[in-house]
Design a protein around this ligand. Structure first.
Ligand SMILES: [Zn+2]
Length: 365
């Protein structure tokens, strides 16, 4: 979770451009691949074996995140410019992120130009309410007005963009919390696949029983010595890297959910009993981690769902747009052909009859 990327950070939610770049470099080095919040919450993550999905989110639609010049390109020193530069230097590191925007977003560029640019370049636009509202202080009608009015503004600026994710201002849920996911006002309806909190730990797999779309945790970007560093990204990445905390790792097969022996109880009920779709690993537990560079020595990961060699970043949004929101993630699994696929060359442990693994912890920042 990022807010401002500025040379002089004003608080724990800001990072300077060098630290931001260093964190992205670390993610790339440690085989993380960015996915959007919508890709995460719908379970449509299609990544090479051995990589780990990470959702990069930006709140408040500030100029330090995106400034688009007269040439139509983002400034080199804004967050999008830095992310695109890092992605260009690291093959497979997708230049995608989710921007939770308010009314009048990215004022230096202008909402119409900025949101259109984001949408056209594969970034996700999420809802952060029209006025950065404290939703718990509003009646149900007010909550829906704040969200629906902002969705309309987004749709006006970026025609065709589907708003599937909601960043809760201050991390505060409305009452009832489900109003963050669905509602309507003045003829505008919204339906989100996930509402995101502010703190403070990795999010579970979207197929885990513990996944709750009403309140998905995020991790604040923070250095190892920052205030409350234990809740920040550097410390969490350390724990995810050394195996202290399990992380979601792709096995390269997008067609099925699988899990290690004994892990069935961690799979959400609707995905638990799917003959031919969701199966326990055989042969005494997890297969070894795929022998990819820099990943072979990692601790076993408990769950994974399949992934396939990555398509270039700009193609992912198109795929997402083509998917119906709610029923599709499960349906995609149910409709998948389990066994006959040839295993990807990068994932020798995938073979007919041996289900891929699935990991419940996704490192969310
Ligand atoms: Zn905010």
């Amino acid at each position: 979770m990022y807010h401002q990327i500025v040379p002089e950070p004003q608080g724990v939610y800001d990072r300077n451009p060098d630290d931001f770049r260093a964190e992205l470099e670390r993610l790339a080095r440690e085989d993380y691949v960015p996915v959007t919040a919508a890709e995460y919450s719908t379970g449509v993550m299609d990544l090479p074996a051995g990589t780990h999905p990470v959702v990069l989110t930006f709140d408040d639609s500030t100029d330090s995140q995106l400034r688009v010049g007269v040439d139509g390109e983002p400034a080199d020193d804004c967050a999008v410019g830095i992310l695109r530069d890092v992605a260009a230097r690291h093959e497979g590191f997708r230049p995608v992120a989710t921007f939770f925007v308010n009314g009048d977003p990215f004022p230096a560029t202008g909402g119409r130009k900025a949101l259109a640019w984001l949408h056209e370049n594969g970034f996700e636009i999420g809802n952060h309410t029209l006025n950065h509202a404290k939703l718990s202080a509003l009646p149900a009608a007010g909550v829906q007005r704040e969200i629906a009015a902002n969705q309309k503004a987004i749709a006006d600026d970026a025609p065709g963009a589907r708003v599937l994710s909601m960043g809760l201002p201050f991390g505060i849920q409305p009452d009832p919390a489900r109003l963050a996911l669905a509602g309507s006002h003045a003829g505008v309806s919204y339906r989100h696949r996930g509402a995101y909190l502010v703190g403070a730990n990795p999010a579970p797999s979207p197929y885990a029983a513990s996944f709750d779309p009403v309140g998905i945790p995020r991790i604040r970007s923070a250095g190892p010595d920052a205030e409350d560093a234990e809740l920040g990204s550097s410390r969490w990445l350390d724990k995810l890297a050394d195996g202290t905390v399990r992380r979601y790792t792709s096995d390269g097969d997008p067609e099925r959910i699988s899990f290690p022996e004994g892990g069935r109880g961690e799979v959400a009920g609707e995905h638990r009993e799917r003959p031919g779709r969701t199966r326990a690993c055989v042969g005494g537990g997890l297969s070894p981690a795929p022998p990819l560079p820099e990943t072979g020595a990692e601790a076993p990961d408990p769950f994974s769902r399949g992934l396939r060699p990555r398509t270039p970043a700009p193609q992912a949004p198109a795929r997402l747009e083509g998917a119906a929101p709610a029923p599709q993630a499960p349906a995609r699994l149910e409709g998948a052909a389990p066994a006959p696929q040839a295993p990807p060359a990068t994932s020798p442990r995938l073979r007919p009859g041996v289900p891929p693994r699935r990991y419940p912890q996704a490192g969310l920042i």
